[in-house]
Design a protein around this ligand. Structure first.
Ligand code: MN
Length: 245
């Protein structure tokens, strides 16, 4: 098996190293990741400047671009590596509910999925890398389990509580929850006294009941949500068709 690995926290992130270690025990791996932290970059591609691909001392490649750029270059560039699976992460913090739309971790997996390759995004629920070994073990277990019952390609979003492996209660298939509107921007002043803004935190959980990723991870389970990339609103399409008939 050949596995392409990427992330959005950058090629030096502990989560990427842990995931690469876990995958190299069971597969031939290639790591192509951003040169810096590109969390929140969603599915963006860099189109206004050229990209470079550099090999680090540990064999990882880094790109001066986004997670989507990394996977795009890995699949269409000079490396000649045709993966059976793409894994992304392990992210420094959760990608649940509406987070998935902004996530570069999920985006790296999505880029592979759009190329017809099954892909799994892994995130730890809390940032700070606590119990990272446990998360890497879970990632390995899920990849080894395979998902042959799913039509290929599949796109899976996995969130892992920061708990020791023995304390994790199991793995639950989930749907994405929903959040309230994001918190307001944080106002500050730059050293010249000009007003500046930082994007604020995500909103609190709004739909977090049983069956959601929020609920599963809050109760000590790994959540695994199958995603699709189809933005068409089917029921509104039917209304529009009637309306315009
Ligand atoms: Mn990140």
């Amino acid at each position: 098996m050949k596995i392409l690995i990427s992330n959005d926290d950058g090629y030096l992130a502990p989560g990427l190293l842990a995931l690469a270690d876990a995958m190299s025990a069971i597969a031939e791996i290639l790591v192509v990741a951003p040169d810096s932290n590109r969390s929140g970059s969603s599915n963006s591609l860099t189109l206004d400047r050229p990209l470079s691909l550099t090999r680090a001392a540990n064999g990882f490649y880094f790109v001066n671009g986004t997670p989507s750029d990394c996977v795009h270059i890995a699949l269409t560039g000079p490396l000649g590596f045709v993966p059976d699976l793409i894994v992304s992460g392990i992210n420094n913090g959760q990608n649940m509910g509406d987070d998935t739309l902004y996530s570069g971790t999920v985006a790296a997996a999505t880029e592979g999925y759009l190329f017809g390759i099954p892909a799994i995004a892994f995130s730890q629920v809390r940032s700070g890398w606590a119990e990272l070994d446990s998360a890497a073990l879970i990632a390995r277990e899920l990849v080894e389990r395979r998902f042959d019952a799913l039509p290929s390609p599949y796109l899976l979003n996995v969130n892992i509580p920061n708990l020791p492996r023995a304390a994790i209660k199991g793995i639950l298939p989930t749907r994405l929850g929903k959040r309230h509107m994001s918190e307001p921007v944080i106002r500050a002043s730059d050293p010249h006294g000009r007003e500046i803004f930082w994007i604020g935190p995500t909103g609190a959980e709004r739909e977090a009941g049983e069956g959601t990723d929020f609920h599963a991870t809050a109760n000590g389970f790994v959540s695994i949500t199958p995603l699709q990339i189809d933005l068409t609103h089917a029921s509104q399409l039917a209304i529009l068709r009637q309306d315009l008939a």
